[in-house]
Design a protein around this ligand. Structure first.
Ligand code: CA
Length: 222
């Protein structure tokens, strides 16, 4: 899962980026509205954390333009304590949720999980396919009720495949979801993580569609 953080306050942006990385997200951080717009136009984010008071282009305008393009991306806005008006404008402009500064990092992560879950059309807090149960909040995977140890990237990859079960994802699409700008990507990183997932879970869980990408079949009857 890749998140875009748009925040011009260096200390706060730094803390948000670090906190979300710790929760297993790949995080891009933009410090003004114009760079944010460019990032939003090109990168596949799972959600956006948006400060409203931004240089060059306001957060509200970034949000309006995003919604004008009909982008269904979940957006959580950050607002100051005494700005009820901003909050209302933000929600009216298409924000999905808000937090008032200062906020708790754990709460931000929990709200993002809920937004991403809802955006994928799933109401349960965990995903389950073919005996594999993934709990995004606890960052835990069980296979046939037994815990499975996964690295942060393996977990993120499995999460992306499960959210998109029944759809083929190309290697490039998976890389874009797993890595932020500036992250170093080994050329065969996705293949290696898929190999580990198949070994730790079971081989048929993830299908290779030759020349196209990878697919996690949906459970039958789902
Ligand atoms: Ca600001």
């Amino acid at each position: 899962m890749r998140i875009l953080v748009i925040e011009d306050d260096t200390l706060l942006g730094d803390a948000i980026q670090a906190g979300l990385k710790q929760s297993g997200y790949a995080v891009d951080w933009m410090k003004d509205g114009v760079s944010a717009e460019q990032a939003l136009a090109t990168e596949p984010y799972a959600a956006v954390v948006l400060d409203l008071g931004l240089p060059r282009l306001s957060g509200l305008e970034v949000l309006r333009r995003l919604r004008r393009r009909n982008a269904p991306l979940p957006v959580l806005i950050l607002t100051a304590m005494d700005t009820v008006d901003d909050r209302i404008k933000g929600l009216d402009a298409g924000a999905d949720d808000y937090l008032i500064k200062p906020f708790d990092m754990g709460e931000l992560a929990a709200r993002l999980r809920a937004l991403i879950r809802r955006a994928s059309g799933k109401s349960e807090p965990f995903l389950e396919i073919a005996g594999v149960r993934l709990d995004p909040a606890a960052h835990r995977v069980l296979y046939r009720d037994r815990p499975v140890e996964l690295s942060a990237k393996e977990f993120a990859l499995l999460h992306a495949l499960m959210l998109n079960a029944g759809k083929v994802l190309s290697r490039a699409q998976l890389e874009e979801q797993l890595y932020a700008w500036g992250d170093e990507i080994e050329s065969n990183a996705v293949e290696v993580h898929i190999h580990h997932l198949r070994r730790k879970l079971f081989p048929e869980l993830i299908e290779t569609i030759r020349g196209v990408g990878y697919l996690m079949p949906r459970d039958k009857g789902n």
